[in-house]
Design a protein. Structure first.
Length: 428
């Protein structure tokens, strides 16, 4: 079910490394058409497309606060408590990320600095069918709130009653979000990017979605910011002979159940561990509700890779640059210092990946498909801008102006040079 391979199995490794967020020609063409309709016809297109794809025409598109409160009141006590605790942990973690503006006196009356400014509007896409996860709404909305974003606009596809999933509305109400719209798919992304009479244009769009949503986000990038174009989920486990095979197997399965294109990989220099994990996986899969999805994912993109040494295992894990990296070794903190590329790192056998998915506080929106080599987890920084601040004095300009002129003329930008000379030649 999950193959045991060597690092020389380049076919399997290339298959895993090629799982980027690419889209078929059919998806690309459909999304182009949808975005064009929304840009041209606004709310009319939103309603027509929602009827076409979701089978319902929401009325109204924007959910009244009374319905959000009603959904919140219906939230079961245990789930409400769990959402509250998770939200508190996530908020506390992200509050530590908030950067500060700074200014420095550079002498001669010159002040230099950097001003931190939150975005004005953020758009949050929330899946609303069988794939809705309250944790994902928390992870996307709370960093925006902590950053100080003035307006958060949430879009989510309607159910048969013309409203978003009850948990979408309940969680939104719990977070104090009151701009909630019953529209999903690529048309919702278009509405957030271009604006309609009902849905305002935003500065950045974040949140997970299907291939049509991801393709739409990619196409509107530039007009608005986006978090990422996310590919299928993945987990890598780096382990030695001290690892518990039951723990490793359980965590590999926790990611494989996401999607048939999810990847679950163990890398270890200890062959007996790999064989034990393989047996554990074989025994556990039939008991799981999403066994068919897991079997397909493991058959196509799973692996227990046995290396000659731990150094080789670490090098290979760095090459894969996985979204979630668990370290099950005798000294995980020391091993962590040798990891350069990973979205999030989970240290020790009790730091199971679902702890991060739901509860601990760090964000679970992570780079996939090897993009951890250059990208980071979603955070407060995604919802702020920094503005460079410069206040020059006449004394400093008289001291440095000729050097500025020299640089401008070297680039053959004479008007730049004259802007400086005009000031240097002006008598006080």
């Amino acid at each position: 079910m999950i193959p045991l391979i060597s690092p020389d199995d380049t076919d399997r490794l290339n298959a895993i490394l090629s799982r980027d967020a690419t889209f078929s020609d059919e998806v690309d063409a459909a999304v182009d058409d949808i975005l064009a309709q929304v840009r041209q016809s606004g709310d009319t297109a939103l309603l027509d497309l929602t009827k076409r794809f979701d089978g319902v025409r929401p009325d109204p598109v924007k959910i009244p606060p009374s319905l959000l409160d009603e959904a919140s009141d219906a939230l079961e006590g245990d789930l409400r408590e769990a959402i509250g605790e998770a939200a508190s942990n996530i908020r506390q973690f992200h509050e530590k990320q908030v950067p500060e503006s700074w200014f420095t006196d550079d002498g001669d009356g010159v002040i230099l600095g950097q001003r931190v400014v939150p975005m004005e509007r953020a758009g949050l896409y929330v899946p609303g069918g069988t794939a809705f996860y309250p944790s994902s709404l928390l992870m996307n909305a709370i960093p925006a709130q902590v950053a100080g974003v003035e307006e958060i606009h949430l879009v989510s596809p309607p159910q048969d009653d013309g409203r978003p999933h009850p948990l979408v509305m309940a969680t939104a109400a719990f977070l104090g979000l009151d701009n909630v719209y019953a529209v999903g798919g690529a048309q919702a992304v278009g509405a957030l990017a271009f604006g309609t009479d009902t849905v305002p244009a935003v500065d950045k769009i974040v949140g997970p979605g299907n291939a049509y949503v991801a393709a739409a986000k990619k196409k509107v990038f530039g007009r608005v910011g986006i978090d990422s174009v996310a590919g299928p989920s993945e987990i890598g486990v780096l382990a030695d002979e001290t690892a518990d095979p039951a723990f490793v197997a359980a965590d590999l399965l926790s990611q494989a159940e996401h999607d048939v294109r999810a990847s679950a990989i163990l890398i270890t220099p200890h062959r007996p561990l790999a064989e034990a994990v393989q047996a554990e996986v074989e025994a556990r899969v039939p008991e799981l509700p999403r066994a068919d999805v897991i079997e397909q994912a493991l058959a196509d993109y799973g692996a227990c890779i046995v290396t000659e040494t731990m150094e080789e295992a670490v090098d290979l894990m760095n090459e894969l640059a996985v979204e979630h990296l668990e370290i099950h070794v005798d000294d995980p903190w020391q091993a962590m210092t040798r990891i350069r590329h990973a979205g999030a790192i989970f240290l020790g056998e009790y730091s199971s990946e679902p702890v991060g998915d739901y509860f601990a506080g760090p964000n679970h929106v992570l780079p996939t498909g090897g993009t951890a080599r250059h990208a980071s987890a979603l955070g407060v920084d995604d919802f702020i801008r920094t503005q460079s601040i410069l206040s020059y004095s006449r004394d400093r300009l008289e001291e440095t102006g000729e050097q500025i002129v020299t640089l401008a003329e070297a680039e053959e930008l004479q008007a730049h040079a004259e802007a400086i000379r005009t000031r240097l030649n002006r008598e006080e």
